[in-house]
Design a protein. Structure first.
Length: 219
């Protein structure tokens, strides 16, 4: 019974994806739970405008409407899984099916490519309907494509949690080596300051230890 249940769930997801990747969003919606369906594309929304949670019967319409407004030449990297049209099945059971593929597209606003961006998707099923789709992606592959300038990150050494944003400074406007320090971005200066404080604190600790050892040697 469990084996048949697992096969049914796999068949449901594959039918859903078959409709979806041939542009038939309406057909794909028939395999979801409708009003209770949740489509969650995990990622930083401040860097990737398609990231977010989409719910209900129109979740797929809203998400893919946004996607095809923002990108062109969308297709899967078939070399990633040549036998199955570019889509791998990582795991499946009665309640969950895990699929993976690589997206290739071009962001219209920046002309930057989304090159082989890996998507890992966990589908949750109940009563042979997809109730939830959680899409996990490589953040920086998409962020680099959507950002019209450069991704700037300030590293917090105490929590090891990077905070990133899209700097609108275009690559052609990067400061040259002989540019005055005032031409550097605030983000760059912040990183340099944090790194200097971090290095100085290490050096200070090393100096104190060495001084302590030197005093012992003279006693």
């Amino acid at each position: 019974a469990d084996a048949q249940c697992s096969q049914n769930s796999l068949a449901t997801v594959e039918s859903y994806l078959s409709k979806l990747f041939t542009g038939n969003v309406t057909g794909a919606k028939l395999y979801t739970s409708g009003a209770s369906f949740v489509f969650d594309w995990h990622g930083p929304n401040n860097l990737i405008p398609i990231a977010g949670t989409y719910t209900g019967e129109n979740a797929l319409d809203t998400f893919f409407g946004k996607v095809f407004t923002l990108v062109s030449d969308f297709h899967l990297n078939t070399d990633f899984a040549p036998q199955t049209g570019g889509i791998k099945t990582l795991a499946y059971g009665c309640e969950y099916v895990v699929k993976q593929w690589q997206e290739i597209s071009v962001v219209k606003s920046t002309s930057n490519p989304v090159n082989k961006a890996t998507n890992t998707v966990v589908y949750t099923l109940a009563n042979n309907k997809i109730t939830r789709a959680d899409v996990f992606i490589n953040d920086f592959t998409y962020a680099d494509a959507f950002c019209p300038g450069q991704i700037a990150c300030a590293q917090n050494y105490f929590t090891n949690a990077p905070g990133c944003n899209c700097s609108l400074t275009c690559p052609s406007e990067k400061p040259k080596k002989d540019t005055d320090i005032r031409g550097l971005s605030a983000a760059t200066l912040a990183i340099v300051c944090v790194q200097m404080v971090f290095i100085l604190s290490i050096c200070a600790g090393t100096f104190r230890r060495q001084t302590s050892y030197a005093r012992k040697d003279t006693l």
